[in-house]
Design a protein. Structure first.
Length: 108
């Protein structure tokens, strides 16, 4: 979903979206809300998720706290102690119930 370029001399990291809702856009041009949406969209693509997180770590320190706060309204009810249900596991991974083993491994 993403294509990244790292300048070896400066350490500057730039990226472009090559698939999905933001196809053809540079990461630098995405708003904060669009970046959150893209992050959610990459849940099923482990490699793209890792690249995006590396980009965010360099460009927007503290993004993880912000994104977690944004995801609170997406939760289905109060948190509970104990084992996660199968439905909750799919939701955490950003997958639909019935996803295949390869999709689950990639999202994990």
């Amino acid at each position: 979903m993403l294509e990244m370029v790292l300048d070896q001399d400066s350490g500057d990291l730039q990226g472009s979206v090559i698939a999905g809702a933001f196809d053809g856009r540079s990461l630098e041009a995405l708003s904060r809300d669009e970046m959150v949406e893209l992050w959610r969209e990459t849940a099923g693509d482990g490699e793209s998720r890792s690249l995006l997180e590396a980009y965010l770590d360099r460009r927007h320190p503290g993004w993880r706290v912000d994104f977690e706060a944004d995801s609170a309204p997406w939760q289905n009810g109060p948190t509970s102690s104990g084992a996660m249900s199968e439905e909750e596991a799919y939701q955490v991974l950003g997958l639909s119930p019935g996803a295949g083993e390869a999709e689950i491994r990639a999202a994990h």
